[in-house]
Design a protein around this ligand. Structure first.
Ligand SMILES: NC(=O)c1ccc[n+]([C@@H]2O[C@H](COP(=O)([O-])OP(=O)(O)OC[C@H]3O[C@@H](n4cnc5c(N)ncnc54)[C@H](OP(=O)(O)O)[C@@H]3O)[C@@H](O)[C@H]2O)c1
Ligand SMILES: [Zn+2]
Length: 379
């Protein structure tokens, strides 16, 4: 479904480029990355919006509110957006209605919304007399969210895999100590993510060895406002006094060793974004099953030489079968420094173009703090 470029003006194509770039500022997760640009009839880009993650304004609504804040009249304009405007009454209200109410005359979007409840935004817009076209930059918009489209199609949550490791890929020392391998800045980043996701998942091994709480906490140790469901996967019982059980009822034991079954059970509970935090067996089983969409690695400049490796067998015996991940620019960049650590952000090799982009984007090497001290304590 590639659109004929002749159907679009240079200004419309340029606006779609800008919308695709704007989308990249958002975080990956339960919702897709979406960008939107409002274009004047003369082809001027009047306002740009993007989606900042589940529960926040959609890109179209964001662009409309940017225009309103600027005092720009957007009646009779064109909305250029990377995904079909939604039609459903979600947490933020349907964008199709917001576009109609704003008096926007034309909508150009790249790719259809795959959700059943959201489908139909284009039809609603047309019924209200808005001129709607789709397919401009279809491939790029599809690729922008390819893992999210896969997760939606498979009816499973979007999966982020998190690893805090040493330079030599260890996640615990030989005596079992593992807290904390990463710097306070990395821990703060991880706790920020915990506050955005729907569920956090570890194996029974991590629970029995580390007894983690798996809550989202602020720098001073207070519980953050939004807490993920705490899921533990594995056949062994989770002890009655395990910290992960907590007292808020947001704990679930998944008595399975099948990652797809674990994800299915979480999806059935309404969970759309899971962060898998370890340990090695669980990380490896999700990677081997090709059930990871996004990888976040906190790499500490520390050597252990022995201890628990981040990963064990992925079923790969020859280089030709290696998994080639790609650097992900979305949500703050592919490589950042966090205190004394590097934070690496990667996309799954699934469905990627055959050309592997192996260059680290230097523009994303931003320092976020001074060299960090290592601290000890519970998860
Ligand atoms: N640095 C970090 O980011 C980080 C994060 C978490 C953990 N860790 C470290 O990781 C270490 C624990 O690693 P681990 O591998 O022993 O524990 P794990 O991965 O947390 O749990 C392993 C257990 O999960 C169950 N399980 C469920 N599905 C499985 C599958 N498909 N394949 C294999 N096992 C499955 C098995 O127990 P059942 O018999 O119950 O089924 C298995 O023994 C600890 O030292 C911890 O400190 C580090
Ligand atoms: Zn919307």
């Amino acid at each position: 479904m590639t659109a004929d470029p002749a159907l679009y003006t240079p200004a419309e194509s340029a606006a779609m480029d800008a919308a695709l770039t704007a989308a990249l500022a958002g975080p990956r997760g339960a919702n897709p990355l979406v960008g939107a640009v409002i274009l004047s009839p003369e082809g001027a880009q009047l306002a740009t919006g993007f989606h900042r993650g589940a529960g926040t304004a959609h890109a179209e609504a964001d662009a409309i509110s940017v225009a309103r804040r600027q005092g720009t009249d957007i009646t009779g304009t064109t909305m250029v957006v990377t995904l079909e405007p939604c039609n459903h009454e979600g947490r933020t209200g349907p964008c199709a209605q917001a576009i109609i109410a704003a008096g926007i005359a034309k909508v150009i979007y790249a790719v259809d919304d795959p959700h059943d409840p959201a489908a139909g935004g284009a039809r609603t817009l047309r019924a209200a007399g808005v001129d709607v076209r789709s397919g401009l930059a279809f491939e790029r918009a599809r690729d922008l969210n390819r893992d999210w489209f896969d997760a939606v199609a498979a009816k499973r949550p979007f999966v982020t895999l998190h690893i805090a490791q040493t330079l030599d890929s260890r996640i615990a020392a030989a005596d079992g100590t593992s807290q904390w391998i990463s710097s306070p800045e990395s821990l703060a980043d991880n706790h920020g993510l915990r506050g955005l996701i729907d569920a956090i998942l570890v194996g029974t091994g991590t629970v029995l060895i580390d007894n983690p709480r798996l809550t989202a906490r602020t720098a001073d140790g207070e519980l953050s406002g939004r807490q993920p469901i705490r899921a533990v996967m594995g056949l062994r019982d989770v002890p009655d006094d395990a910290a992960v059980r907590g007292t808020d009822g947001r704990f679930v034991h998944l008595p399975t060793r099948d990652p797809a079954e674990a994800l299915g059970a979480l999806f059935d509970q309404g969970i759309r974004h899971v962060m898998v935090e370890g340990g090695s067996s669980i990380l490896s089983t999700f990677l081997a099953a090709d059930l990871v969409d996004e990888l976040i690695v906190y790499l500490a400049p520390t050597l252990l030489g022995s201890g628990t490796p981040a990963l064990n067998d992925l079923g790969i015996t020859t280089l030709a079968d290696a998994q080639h991940w790609s650097w992900d620019e979305a949500g703050g960049g592919a490589v950042r420094t966090l205190g004394n650590d590097l934070r690496l952000h990667l996309r799954s090799p699934r469905g990627a173009a055959t050309t592997i982009k192996n260059s680290i984007p230097q523009k994303n090497l931003v320092s976020h703090g001074e060299a960090a001290e290592y601290v000890t304590g519970g998860h």
